[in-house]
Design a protein around this ligand. Structure first.
Ligand SMILES: Nc1ncnc2c1ncn2[C@@H]1O[C@H](COP(=O)(O)OP(=O)(O)OP(=O)(O)O)[C@@H](O)[C@H]1O
Ligand SMILES: [Mg+2]
Length: 275
């Protein structure tokens, strides 16, 4: 597979943009061949860079149209992955999660910031908000003058409710559109269970620092309907942090990554400098 891809010159662009070495190219072709792939290597061996190269290769070279979810156990790891995919690969990313937990350079890519920017330009919402302001003003005047009937006020309140429902619907439409347009959606494993991604489906899920996620945590993004999974990590060094000794005794200390490694799932090891 790797030979074929190289012969056809298909990997050249990803290799150049991400300065990938031989082990990283093998890792990418392993992830292309298998529905479940484990990419492992000690710290600093280029695992996150490989994810960037893989996503770039899929999207930019192969024209893959599937939805991609880039998840990780920690917010920092999600941000690292998105920055790598964005800077070197120029992919369109969307960061789902609490903006306070997202690094400043990615703030404008958060779903919340993107929704706010789109809402500010949306004529339906702007007009509805303008009408709401005017209705509230009318209600204040009515209350002061005490001359209006209860029926008149009821009509105004009903209209305000209608406008709220209209705005909510439009915000939901904008959110869905942003999620549909993003080439890579980044979220923490637990964040994938949040309301923003309720009902969202992804064809491929990549989990960076996957060996640090407990198995139930890793399963959250994997429950989003994916058909291809790439788990990235270092099972030899960083197990999931489990504070409860009872939970650890029950098996939560073993990551899905490690368990799949033990079963002999397809894997590739990264070794920096393997040209
Ligand atoms: N093929 C390569 N040649 C030279 N430098 C590389 C290569 N791949 C990655 N790097 C550089 O090595 C450093 C570590 O890369 P990266 O963050 O991808 O590793 P990692 O395995 O994800 O690290 P960690 O275990 O800390 O998450 C980065 O500065 C990256 O730019
Ligand atoms: Mg990394």
């Amino acid at each position: 597979m790797l030979k074929q891809l190289e012969q056809q010159g298909l990997l050249a662009s990803a290799k150049h943009s991400f300065r990938l070495d031989a082990s990283q190219l093998i890792a990418i072709s392993t992830a292309m061949l298998n529905p479940v792939t484990l990419l492992h290597g000690p710290p600093g061996t280029g695992k996150t860079t490989t994810i960037g190269g893989l996503l770039f290769f899929l999207r930019r070279t192969l024209g893959y149209k599937g939805k991609i979810l880039a998840a990780a156990q920690s917010n920092v790891a999600v941000d690292n992955m998105l920055e790598t995919a964005m800077k070197r690969g120029g992919l369109r990313v969307l960061r789902v999660g609490e903006p306070v937990k997202v690094r400043s350079s990615l703030q404008r890519y958060t779903l919340r910031a993107q929704v706010e920017a789109a809402v500010a330009k949306d004529t339906t919402i702007c007009e509805a908000r303008e009408e709401q302001r005017s209705l509230r003003q009318q209600l204040r005047t009515m209350r002061k003058s005490r001359r209006s009937s209860g029926y008149e006020r009821k009509l105004l309140y009903e209209r305000l409710d209608e406008l709220n429902a209209l705005i909510d619907k439009e915000v939901r439409r904008i959110t869905q559109q942003l999620l549909a347009e993003a080439e890579v959606v980044g979220v923490t494993c637990t964040g994938a269970a949040g309301p923003e991604l309720a009902g969202a489906a992804f064809d491929m899920v990549v989990i960076d620092e996957g060996s640090q996620a407990s198995e139930p945590e890793a399963l959250i993004p994997l429950m989003k309907g994916c058909r291809r999974v790439v788990l990235v990590g270092d099972h030899k060094q960083l197990p999931p942090v489990v504070k409860s000794s009872e939970a650890a005794a029950g098996g939560l200390g073993q990551s899905l990554f490690e368990r799949l490694m033990d079963t002999g799932a397809p894997s590739a090891m990264l070794q920096i400098g393997s040209d």
